[in-house]
Design a protein around this ligand. Sequence first.
Ligand code: ADP
Ligand code: UDP
Length: 236
Amino acid sequence: MEKKELLYEGKAKRVFATDKPDVLLVSYKDDATAFNGLKKGTISGKGAINNRVTNFMMSLLEKEGVPTHFIEELSDRETLVKKVSIVPLEVIIRNISAGSFAKRYGVEEGIVFAQPTIEFSYKNDDLGDPLINSYHALALGLATAEEIETIKSLAFKVNTFLKGFFKKLNIDLVDFKLEFGRLSDGTIVLADEISPDTCRFWDCDTHEKLDKDRFRRDLGGVEDAYQEIMKRILGE
Ligand code: ADP
Ligand code: UDP
């Protein structure tokens, strides 16, 4: 597969065309941003870790019956994925209160929910990814009712699997963000990434944060946290 022109440069990844129209090459960067791009920095080694962790998780999810965009890991930072038309929704699942949930509803972080929550943000940087509900998504024409049902059910399935997977690594999966896309035949598949950039991971015993919150909140030890996640998942 040949790498062709750069199609899109995002905050954390570059997306390239390939010689196949339905295949993209994603290249993960060490660049880190937070607060809708207001805070910028570099997390050394992050690109490789997020690439490898994402691909490992996507492969496991495929085996669990969750369709994903993953095709093949080419190198530490580069992966081939199925080209999708991204549904412009950030799908957020939460098991424990943290981040914007705690802030918005005035509760402390660390409340373990009896059942997971789901929320949608409209993926639009200019608007700061506003929180919306499924009726808003329908009104805005972001997805059909059927697609929203599929996305909800896949997101909860991903959560059930990931929560159990991370528990065995002594990690509480606090919350995470998923993106879904449509293949050319309309099939909804899981796309984008699953990594310490997009999930909150807390050590079960120490409650130490092992994710991007270390960067967002200037907690130090950012690189070590990403390394620790990779070590627990991949054993290296
Ligand atoms: P952002 O756009 O938020 O800065 P990234 O730097 O991660 O994010 O850029 C990657 C972009 O590629 C995102 O906009 C994401 O929605 C998109 N994307 C992820 N997977 C696919 C895919 N399989 N096909 C097309 N676009 C994808
Ligand atoms: N998240 C993400 N990208 C975003 C917003 C959130 O990956 O643009 C992830 C974030 O890492 C966390 C979860 O979604 O795991 C919930 O984030 P929250 O709404 O609490 O917002 P934040 O506190 O990150 O601003």
